[in-house]
Design a protein around this ligand. Structure first.
Ligand code: 3IO
Length: 341
């Protein structure tokens, strides 16, 4: 071989060596980038907790991890969140489990009308329930945390002061909560939260059933000038990570995320409870919203109509081979522990 062409061949080898061996190694020394998808818009509580988690993870991993957040269904939406994360369309996703009642049977038991006083209690109970039962529904993902909303109430364009007022009223809810509205005589319309904005504007529904911070965060107070404080059930949420993405993380990064699980549940519950109080004051001040409180007798009457929902859940869960009564009793005793009763 002539000297010139030998040098040429060596040159190619050197370039190839850098391209194949050295450059990827360099790339790997940069931060790990994770995408985090969420379905509602940024000012709402699922996104506020997402930004808090991102900030804490980036801080505690000393910049080893960068979390890119995608609020407002820009990466995955309310109904394809779980499957999108399993498929790796996002590394992390935040989902409302109530939107798929049949898929998350055990964790959705926290949305039964059993009675949580607040979101902090709901969130810690839900997280304990997950850790105790490790439901099959989450076998394909790494669960990072869980939390719930505050108890739900009725927000409406017309006043709901009694069961006669609610009869036949078109109200929006989701998942198991539609049964509750139905039991009170309303005409329940099921849809995820982001779709509710337009449904209210167009008059497709006359109100909604959810936690009251949405009065401020979605500006529902603009159209719904009445709130009937029922404080009925909570909506459970989960934050899940793609299993391959999780396995590719170093042990120290995994530890940071695992240590954050309970802390994030409690932080989100506290944030929600405080934010509901703020939203109530804001709605009264900005839009003169009337808060209708049921008396004791009414409360008993309204709650009695919901008992069958618990019985139905127990029957269905038993048929699926789940320890239904134990699950319900666990929820009750965990709730006692956390609400300090
Ligand atoms: C909720 C969902 C997205 C953004 C804010 C929210 N506040 C309460 C919920 C609960 C829920 O998912 C629903 O559909 O009422």
């Amino acid at each position: 071989m002539r000297k010139k062409s030998r040098n040429f061949v060596i040159g190619i080898f050197i370039v190839a060596f850098f391209a194949v061996i050295v450059m990827p190694a360099y790339a790997q020394t940069g931060p790990v980038k994770l995408s985090y998808a969420n379905f509602p818009p940024s000012p709402t509580f699922p996104c506020v907790q997402m930004e808090r988690w991102k900030k804490e993870v980036e801080k505690r991993t000393n910049g080893k991890v960068v979390v890119n957040t995608y609020p407002g269904s820009t990466l995955l939406g309310a109904k394809n969140m779980m499957d999108g994360v399993i498929a790796g369309q996002a590394d992390i996703g935040c989902l409302c489990m109530a939107y798929q009642p049949g898929r998350f049977i055990i964790t959705n038991a926290t949305s039964l009308p059993i009675g949580f006083p607040d979101a902090k209690t709901g969130s810690l109970v839900l997280w304990d329930l997950y850790k105790k039962y490790k439901p099959e529904a989450f076998a394909k993902v790494k669960v990072l945390t869980m939390f719930t909303t505050a108890p739900t109430s009725i927000m409406s364009k017309v006043p709901v002061r009694n069961l006669a007022d609610i009869k036949g009223l078109d109200l929006r809810a989701s998942g198991g909560a539609t049964q509750i509205l139905g039991a009170w005589g309303a005409n329940p319309v099921g849809m995820p939260m982001p779709a509710t904005v337009e449904a209210l504007q167009k008059g497709v529904v006359k109100g909604l059933f959810s936690s009251l911070e949405v009065m401020k965060d979605f500006k529902f107070a603009e159209t719904c000038r009445y709130v009937t404080v029922t404080d009925t059930v909570v909506y459970p949420f989960a934050v899940v990570m793609n299993m391959d993405s999780w396995k590719s993380l170093s042990k120290d990064v995994q530890k940071v995320m695992e240590d954050l699980g309970t802390e994030q549940a409690e932080w989100t519950g506290n944030y929600m409870d405080n934010h509901v109080k703020e939203a109530i004051i804001w709605s009264e001040k900005e839009y003169k919203v009337e808060f209708i409180r049921l008396n004791k007798k009414q409360k008993l009457e309204w709650n009695k109509k919901l008992q069958f929902i618990n019985d139905k859940w127990i029957k269905n869960a038993k048929e699926k081979g789940l320890p239904a009564e134990t699950i319900v009793n666990d929820i009750k005793s965990f709730a006692k522990k956390y609400s300090g009763q």
